[in-house]
Write a protein that binds this ligand. Sequence first.
Ligand SMILES: Nc1ncnc2c1ncn2[C@@H]1O[C@H](COP(=O)(O)OP(=O)(O)O)[C@@H](O)[C@H]1O
Ligand SMILES: [Mg+2]
Length: 323
Amino acid sequence: MNSHSKPVLSATDYDLPGQDMVYHGKVRDLYKIDDLLILVATDRISAFDHILPRSIPFKGQVLNQLAAYFLRATADDVPNWLIATPDPNVAIGRYCDPIRIEMVIRGYLTGHAWRTYKSGQRVLCGVSMPEGMRENDPFPTPIITPSTKAVEGHDEDISKEEILKQGIVTSAQWDILETYTRKLFDRGTSMAREQGLILVDTKYEFGTWQDEIMVMDEIHTPDSSRYFHLEGFQQRQDKGESQVQLSKEFVREWLMDHGFQGKDGQEMPIMPEFFVDQISERYIQLYEQVTGQSFEPDLSTNPGERIDQAIRRYLQDQSRPST
Ligand SMILES: Nc1ncnc2c1ncn2[C@@H]1O[C@H](COP(=O)(O)OP(=O)(O)O)[C@@H](O)[C@H]1O
Ligand SMILES: [Mg+2]
């Protein structure tokens, strides 16, 4: 089956009863109704903060269901925004007032942290990194390296000190964010381990809802996290080999190989059919591996219509007085 025959959901443009705000993110479409958020995961894919020209079949379903899986599994440890998933592509929950930082947590020296380390720096976001580490080595304890949530353009590294100095959060709030971040990462790490995976690093977004801090957005998905295969990890490290990553990293690598790193003036290469299919398969594989469950795709030919109806049905059921 090639991706021409698979339905993709590239965008939505709904007119839901009572909606008072619509925002099209890079990957998801947001509809706000009072303090309710309806988050529709589309099949768009982004890399280097750019939306790529082609959508990936089933990616929205995979992301939405993975995020919901982890949010439900961790709800007893850390309060989160999710209330219901009335459709494979839809999550509904509390609309939070976003806290303008991303809490990045890293168990291993990979990606941006490794590039910083390799350049000779030993401090990242005010956190020091031990001498003598190699790429992908574990940190003695996971480090938290926050970034700013830029309204436009790239997110930037920021230290805890700077966050407090700028008054983005109070020191009491920071303590909660740090506690929640470590709790979620610990749970994600043990859940991954049970499935033969290493949760390498990830980022969390938090917001407040009725004065309570809660985790919002997606957690532990391949768009927000990196995973390695656990089996053979140490042997590969010992031999200085690269690790097997389950994440969007291979898409970034393909783009870089084709001259695109998201910099101004660079032209975005168009991904060929087979590569789009490969990305789709990788997302599905990751879903199955991380959850240990098989992925049941919703193959309806008009996902946009199906989703609209599912949301409306949900809203109607909620407004009906309970007996
Ligand atoms: N519960 C929530 N309340 C308010 N905003 C949320 C909530 N959950 C997620 N968001 C926001 O929804 C958007 C998700 O769509 P995404 O495609 O990731 O957008 P972006 O391009 O801004 O990252 C993000 O901006 C995220 O901060
Ligand atoms: Mg996002």
